[in-house]
Design a protein around this ligand. Structure first.
Ligand code: ZN
Length: 299
């Protein structure tokens, strides 16, 4: 099934639900960054979370950045997701592998670390981005995002994100966000019911693996609450906006002396995009051109 995002509402608009399937983009991230099993799960869960958070923004071009900095061996995780359905991201130590946790699952919490911080930046494309920080709850990512939504955005939310990785790569990846909007949030029993139902989805990926579609999952979860599934299916993909031109722009900012050094010692320059792993080679000719541009700029 293609990577996709579908929205739904229930309880006369008092409940907002968003589901994502991110299997292919998580596999692309795994290949690009040569991620270990546990790193694939950690980054995949964070990418799904980013897309889910971006989905409730209104203005075209809006993006969400999620940075997770825990004390575990994985180091930091950074994800950049857009309302347009594009996402990219990386982890600091992609090779870190851990034995399964007590439940026999990939130990994402152990790799990320249960202590540390989750930073979320919402950028609508103008003015000051809205940023907020919460402490990590478990490092399992879903819990941490839910904690963020309740504490920083004051929206009762239940979220589940999961990634299944096997020897052949990512077999299933996706997630679901259910939020109780202000007009229904006074009904605390509603929040509790939703939390327990979402908790029963047990990692989400088993549902995808048995072939369930997002509408079927919505039906299971909210079918008795006046579910309305919105007809639009948004496609999702791994996408990074880096380019040779941007790399040259960044190299130019290093200044003439540094560029001269690269020409003499390295006979060129190599730059790797953190977000997508793309390798860019700048030739001596290109570096010489940058120096000429710098000189022309300063006249
Ligand atoms: Zn890139």
């Amino acid at each position: 099934m293609a990577d996709q995002l579908i929205r739904a509402t229930a309880a006369d608009g008092g409940i907002r639900a968003v589901g994502v399937i991110t299997t292919r983009l998580a596999e692309e991230a795994r290949r690009r960054h040569q991620l270990s099993y546990v790193a694939t799960a950690a980054l995949g869960r964070t990418m799904s979370s980013g897309l889910l958070l971006a989905s409730n923004m209104k203005r075209e071009g809006s993006r969400v950045n999620i940075r997770i900095k825990g004390t575990g061996p994985l180091g930091g995780i950074l994800v950049d997701a857009g309302l347009d359905g594009t996402v990219r991201g990386y982890v600091d130590n992609p090779e870190v592998e851990l034995p399964p946790n007590g439940k026999g699952k990939l130990d994402v919490g152990g790799a990320v670390g249960a202590e540390g911080y989750l930073y979320v930046v919402r950028d609508v494309g103008y003015g000051y981005p809205y940023s907020s920080t919460v402490e990590l709850v478990s490092g399992e990512i879903g819990d941490d995002i839910a904690h963020y939504l309740v504490n920083s955005e004051q929206t009762p939310s239940a979220i589940v994100v999961g990634v299944f990785v096997g020897a052949d790569g990512v077999g299933a990846s996706g997630g679901l966000l259910v939020q109780v909007l202000p007009k229904a949030a006074r009904d605390e029993s509603l929040v509790e019911i939703l939390e327990s139902r979402v908790a029963k989805l047990s990692g989400f990926t088993p549902l995808l693996q048995v072939g369930k579609t997002l509408p079927e999952i919505f039906e299971e979860l909210l079918g008795d609450m006046g579910l309305v599934i919105l007809p639009e299916i948004q496609m999702l993909r791994f996408h990074c906006g880096c380019s040779m031109n941007r790399v040259l722009g960044a190299l130019k900012m290093l200044g003439e002396e540094e560029l001269q050094d690269m020409i003499e010692k390295d006979e060129g320059a190599e730059a790797i995009c953190h977000f997508c792993g793309e390798v860019y080679q700048a030739s001596i000719d290109e570096l010489v051109q940058l120096i000429e541009d710098l000189r022309a700029d300063s006249v």
